[in-house]
Design a protein around this ligand. Structure first.
Ligand SMILES: Cc1ncc(COP(=O)(O)O)c(C=O)c1O
Length: 395
């Protein structure tokens, strides 16, 4: 254990089982540790570094904004916030935006907005239906929204007002809907739950059900949005428009940001009902604008789609070679590789030794979420390291 890691052990709360690597520098799809060792980074700040580490266009925007205005209260207008809002609205099906600081905070705000909608239009309805194996964040209410017992059990009693039902099962949603339901909140692809793809007609069926019942559809695109799965937003692939969408992660290249977007008719907050000190701060919004503009102008989502397809093809070849690979699944550059047994930790360790950073999303599955700017060359390089890692485990 290095000197840094010993200090961290002494001072940090015990919330994360960290890998024994201290990263000190990043550039593009590469990161370096304190000993100067280089890694190919297919974790990318947990699906955050859309344009790779320290993309010059974003660094410049941050530096310029930091020299100009770092923070102003939301009592005042600030220009970077307006620029980012306009870019998001012009490029999505939503009409209004609220900025905050993280994914969980965006989802909390979306649920508050849904409750306000329920009070105004649905006789005080407040319940939100979410799905099993979902992930919506770590705040107390989002733990109740997240349909995974391991995140819920340490914190019972859970916040009221959430019902967790089976994913990809429209009948389960219908059965759970009552006069108290104000919204359904879903991920268009469950990232943290194991890269679980949505069935082809599921989102359209949920949309129809929401329309029939007059309830809101909230899409949590915190992981799927901003190009990650091959379109700017995941909903575009399913021809379904949400009433609300939440974003965070890849929006500002690593500067903390979150956003709630809503259709006009769902945008029912009035002044004083919601807020944030740091939300929409000029530096985060300048980083967000530079990131999103680059993604749109350079069709980075298209690159994620094409390179993602190549990645999946190469992983399928690996599946032919190693019997213990049971499944390759994913969309764009959010991809999982599943094994027949719980070897995920050993594979992550062997990859680390080979110079590749990957995530173990389940005990028996890896997740790849590299920068959206990588090319086939980086995929080949990663696959070379992975192949060796799997061979070492197989032998
Ligand atoms: C789909 C989804 N929603 C919400 C969150 C929570 O975001 P944050 O960690 O920024 O609070 C995550 C984080 O992984 C996520 O993947």
């Amino acid at each position: 254990m290095s000197q840094w890691q010993e200090l961290a052990q002494r001072y940090f709360m015990n919330t994360v089982k960290r890998l024994p690597v201290t990263l000190v520098k990043g550039e593009g799809a590469r990161a370096w540790d304190e000993n100067g060792r280089e890694y190919l980074d297919f974790v990318a700040g947990w699906a955050v570094n859309s344009l790779g580490h320290c993309p010059p266009v974003v660094v410049e925007a941050i530096v310029e904004q930091a020299h100009t205005l770092i923070q102003a209260s939301n009592q005042f207008y600030t220009i970077p916030q307006i620029h980012l809002a306009e870019l998001l609205i012009q490029n999505s099906c939503l009409d209004k935006v609220f900025f905050c600081n993280s994914g969980a905070e965006a989802n909390e705000g979306a649920v508050k907005l849904a409750r306000r909608y329920g009070k105004r239009y649905r006789d005080g309805a407040y319940e939100v239906i979410t799905t099993m194996d979902s992930f919506h964040g770590r705040t107390l209410a989002m733990v109740a929204a997240t349909g995974q017992p391991k995140f819920q059990q340490p914190y019972v009693p859970l916040a009221a007002g959430f019902v967790n039902v089976e994913y990809n099962n429209i009948e389960a949603i219908k059965a759970a809907t009552t006069s108290q339901t104000c919204a359904i909140m879903l991920e268009p692809l469950q990232g943290e739950g194991g890269v679980n793809l949505v069935n082809e007609n599921y989102l359209a069926a949920v949309r129809d059900w929401c329309d029939q019942k007059g309830i809101l559809l909230i899409l949590d695109e915190i992981q799927t949005g901003v190009g990650r799965i091959g379109t700017l937003f995941a909903y575009e692939q399913y021809s379904v428009e949400p009433d609300m969408m939440t974003l965070a992660k890849g929006l500002a290249s690593g500067i903390p940001i979150g956003a709630i977007l809503a259709k006009d008719r769902a945008s029912v907050f009035v002044p004083g009902e919601h807020g944030s000190t740091f939300g929409g701060n000029p530096v985060a919004c300048a980083a967000g604008y530079a990131t999103l503009k680059f993604i749109i102008d350079n069709d980075i989502a298209g690159n994620a789609r094409r390179v993602g397809q190549y990645f999946v093809t190469r992983l399928e070849q690996l599946k032919q070679k190693f019997q213990f690979i049971t499944e390759v699944r994913g969309c764009g550059l959010l991809i999982a590789l599943e094994f027949s047994s719980d070897i995920g930790d050993s594979v992550v360790k062997a990859c680390l030794d080979g110079g590749l950073l990957v995530n173990r999303v389940k005990p028996n599955a890896l997740r790849f979420m590299p920068p959206l700017t990588i090319g086939n060359g980086e995929v080949d390089e990663a696959l070379g390291i992975l192949d060796k890692a799997l061979s070492s485990i197989a032998s």
